[in-house]
Design a protein around this ligand. Structure first.
Ligand code: COA
Length: 328
C-alpha cells in the first residue's frame, strides 16, 4: 500500500506529417479563416499509412521510460487509452507490451474517448495505492485520421494524431501526487460523438461501408455546450474536494478540442489564460492523447516546477468527463 502516486517519466510522439488549414482548403469547402476563428486550430499531425496507434504509443512510451530510467521489463501494468485501437483484439496494450518487450506487464485498453487519459490516471492511482502494481505505464495514443471522413468538413478540420505517455510509481513522501479526482459519464448523449459501424450493432458489410458508418460522427454544436458544462463542473468538483481556490492552480491543462471551449471553461472556473496550456493550434483534437502531449510539452518548456498544482480536465465521446488535481 502506498499513500499516493508520482509521475516519474513523461513522453510524447507526434507524426511528422503536418496538414495545414490551407491544405484542407484545397480538398473540402472550408477556409483557414473559418477553422482558425471557430476552433483555434492552424494545423494537425497525420500518421503515415503504415503507422497504427500502437506505433505512436511505443514511441511516446520509450521516451517516458527513458525519463523514468526504467527498463520495459520493470513495468508491471500497461494501460492504453484509445478509441483508435490497432484492431478490435488483441488490445493495443498487448501489442505495445510485445513491441516494448515489457514481458512482465499485464495489459489493458481503456475506452473513454477524450477522457481516456484522466480515466487511466484515476485507475492507475487506485491500483498503485492498493499495492497491486508498482510501475504503471499509462499511454494515450490516437490515429483519428484513420476514422475521419475526409469529405466531411464539419469533422475533418478538427482532428489529429498523436500519443503521450507517463510512467507512474508509488509515492510516500506526502508531498506529491493526485490530490483529488472525479470521473463521470452521460451515456444518454452518446449519439453526439460516435462511430456506428464495425461493431456488433452494425458489423462491417459493403452497405455499412457505402453508408460511411466506419467514420466518426459528431454533432459539434450540442457537444460544445456540454463540453463547457462538464469541464467547469469537473474542475469545480476537484477544487472543492482538495479545498483549494482556482487562483492556487499553477497550470490548467484542459483537453485540447477547441480554443473557444478552453477560453469559456477557464473563464468560468476562474483561471487566467496565462495559466492555461494551449497547443490545439498545432495539433487539433488528438482525443485521449491531448492531455499527456500537452503535459510533456509544458514540462519541456519549463512551465511546471516541483510543488506546482496542475489541473487536468477532459470531456469526450461517451459522453465521458473527468478531472485530476495533481501536486507535482
Ligand atoms: N468550414 C466552413 N464552414 C463549416 C465548417 C468548415 N469546416 N464546418 C461547419 N461549417 C458550417 C456549417 O455547415 C454551418 O453552416 P450553416 O449555418 O450554413 O448550416 C456553419 O458553419 C456553422 O456551423 P456550427 O456547427 O454552428 O458552427 P460552430 O460555431 O458550432 O462551430 C464546431 C462548429 C464543430 C467547431 C464547434 O461546434 C465545436 O467545436 N464543437 C465541439 C466539438 C468537439 O469538441 N468535439 C470533440 C469532443 S471531444
Amino acid at each position: 500500500m502506498s499513500k499516493n502516486i508520482k509521475i516519474v517519466g513523461v513522453g510524447s510522439y507526434l507524426p511528422e506529417k503536418i496538414l495545414t488549414n490551407l491544405d484542407l482548403q484545397k480538398t473540402v469547402d472550408t477556409s483557414d479563416e473559418w477553422i482558425r476563428t471557430r476552433t483555434g486550430i492552424r494545423e494537425r499531425r497525420i500518421a503515415r499509412e503504415d503507422q497504427a496507434s500502437s506505433d505512436l504509443a511505443v514511441e511516446a512510451a520509450k521516451i517516458a521510460l527513458q525519463k523514468a530510467s526504467l527498463k520495459p521489463e520493470e513495468i508491471d501494468l500497461i494501460l492504453v487509452a484509445t478509441i483508435t485501437p490497432d484492431m478490435f483484439f488483441p488490445s493495443t496494450a498487448c501489442i505495445v507490451q510485445d513491441k516494448l518487450g515489457a514481458k512482465n506487464a499485464a495489459a489493458l485498453d481503456i475506452s473513454a474517448a477524450c477522457s481516456g487519459f484522466i480515466y487511466g490516471l484515476v485507475v492507475s492511482h487506485s491500483l498503485i495505492c492498493q499495492g497491486q502494481y508498482k510501475k504503471v505505464l499509462l499511454i494515450a495514443a490516437e490515429t483519428l485520421s484513420k476514422i475521419t471522413d475526409w469529405e466531411d468538413r464539419s469533422t475533418c478540420v478538427l482532428l489529429g494524431d498523436g500519443a503521450g505517455a507517463v510512467v507512474l510509481a508509488p509515492s510516500d513522501s506526502g508531498k506529491e501526487g493526485l490530490l483529488a479526482s472525479t470521473l463521470g459519464a452521460i451515456g444518454s448523449a452518446g449519439n453526439l460523438l460516435y462511430l456506428p459501424g464495425g461493431g456488433s450493432r452494425n458489423p462491417t458489410t459493403h452497405q455499412t461501408v457505402d453508408k460511411k458508418l466506419h467514420y466518426l460522427k459528431m454533432q459539434g454544436n450540442d457537444l460544445f455546450k456540454l463540453a463547457v458544462k462538464s469541464l467547469v463542473e469537473a474542475a469545480e468538483n476537484v477544487i472543492q474536494k482538495a479545498k483549494i481556490k482556482p487562483q492556487d492552480i499553477d497550470l490548467f491543462i484542459p483537453h485540447q478540442a477547441n480554443i473557444r471551449i478552453i477560453n469559456a471553461s477557464a473563464k468560468r472556473i476562474g483561471i487566467p489564460m496565462d495559466r492555461v496550456y494551449i497547443n490545439v493550434d498545432r495539433y487539433g483534437n488528438t482525443s485521449a492523447a491531448s492531455i499527456p502531449i500537452a503535459l510533456d510539452e509544458a514540462l519541456r518548456e519549463g512551465k511546471i516546477k516541483k510543488g506546482d498544482l496542475i489541473l487536468l480536465d477532459a470531456f469526450g465521446g461517451g459522453l465521458t468527463w473527468g478531472a485530476c488535481l495533481l501536486r507535482w
